[in-house]
Design a protein around this ligand. Structure first.
Ligand code: GLV
Length: 329
């Protein structure tokens, strides 16, 4: 008998076809989000799951899933998964690194340009029938070319963002937990600075760190107060790395000129004050969402699941030594 697996949200048809070669697949092509209770009930007789970042995998859920051996996230971020609880329960957890770097970097640039050059605000103005013709001072924005770009976090995505900056003749600074190797710096050409210097010098600050306790509100009131007056903040990383309430204050006071945000604290809710702000570009967590990349992510998660349940060695294993002592169940 084939092992039973669950795909928690809608995926591409060929991903289901591929999984069906190995598993008895229960899917959710109607794409109805599951609450914690429903998810636990649906997983209670499954050996594996393709999950998304809106599925919280923790000890409480795992205690109700005695047969579960692998959870495979369709995302590079994995703050929805309690890895310690997975390891304790002997459950492999995987993510989808690499396949979304370029698309996410592209979208970061979409946010940078849209925010600095007021694309959404002027589009709304025009559609509202308010445009009365050209005039000199209409929708004056900030130049991106020759500006200073600050990158907080020079991982795979941060590096791709840095490389794209060369076309805009920018000064590119970065701060990371440690300075990148010389060959990495050479390939994308940013200069390592302290976090304080990054905040003080960046005209545009873009964040590319994962969410973890150590990065919670890595940009909060103190950091926003250190930013250059009139700077722009971009977050296509994770909600919670920015203190959204503090950001609202910095935007309201005029300290920041604008923000481009793809991610929010407590998604899908967002701070209502952001909605009314013309100098903020808001998108619904779609930075990786090109058709090709979302397909690649789903397929990689499916491949991880097949490898996990057939060989015990999925390519993108996040917890290499699941203890399997059953103490989490
Ligand atoms: C999307 O946010 C991801 O982590 O892949």
């Amino acid at each position: 008998m084939k092992p039973k697996v669950l795909v928690t949200r809608e995926v591409f048809d060929d991903v289901l076809v591929y999984l069906s070669l190995y598993f008895e697949v229960q899917s959710n092509q109607a794409d109805i989000p599951m609450d914690a209770d429903t998810l636990a009930a649906r997983l209670s007789d499954k050996q594996g799951a393709v999950i998304t970042l809106s599925d919280r995998i923790d000890g409480k859920l795992l205690a109700r899933c005695p047969d579960l051996k692998a959870v495979c996230n369709v995302a590079v971020g994995f703050n929805n998964i309690d890895l310690t609880a997975c390891s304790r329960a002997g459950i492999m957890a995987t993510n989808t690194p690499g396949v979304l770097d370029d698309s996410t970097a592209d979208f970061t640039w979409a946010l940078i340009l849209a925010t600095a050059r007021r694309v959404v605000e002027s589009d709304t103005h025009l559609r509202s029938g308010l445009w009365k013709g050209w005039y000199l001072k209409q929708f004056l924005g900030a130049d991106v070319h020759h500006a200073t770009l600050g990158i907080l976090g020079l991982g795979r995505i941060g590096r791709k963002v840095a490389r794209r900056a060369s076309g805009f003749d920018m000064t590119v600074l970065y701060h990371s937990t440690r300075q990148a190797d010389p060959d990495v710096e050479l390939a994308c050409n940013p200069t390592f600075v302290s976090k304080d210097e990054l905040l003080a010098r960046a005209d545009i600050l873009t964040i590319h760190v994962p969410y973890a306790p150590s990065t919670h509100h890595i940009i909060g009131s103190p950091e926003l107060a250190m930013m250059k007056p009139g700077a722009i903040l971009i977050n296509a990383a994770r909600g919670g790395v920015v203190d959204d309430a503090a950001l609202v204050l910095a935007l309201t006071s005029g300290r920041l000129a604008g923000a481009g945000l793809d991610v929010f604290e407590n998604e899908p809710a967002l701070n209502p004050a952001l909605v009314g702000m013309k100098n903020v570009v808001l998108t619904p967590h779609i930075a990786s969402s090109s058709a090709a990349t979302r397909h690649a992510m789903a397929m990689l998660a499916a491949r991880n699941l097949v490898a996990a349940l057939t060989t015990g060695k999925p390519p993108n294993l996040l917890n290499p030594e699941p203890s399997g002592d059953g103490s989490g169940q």
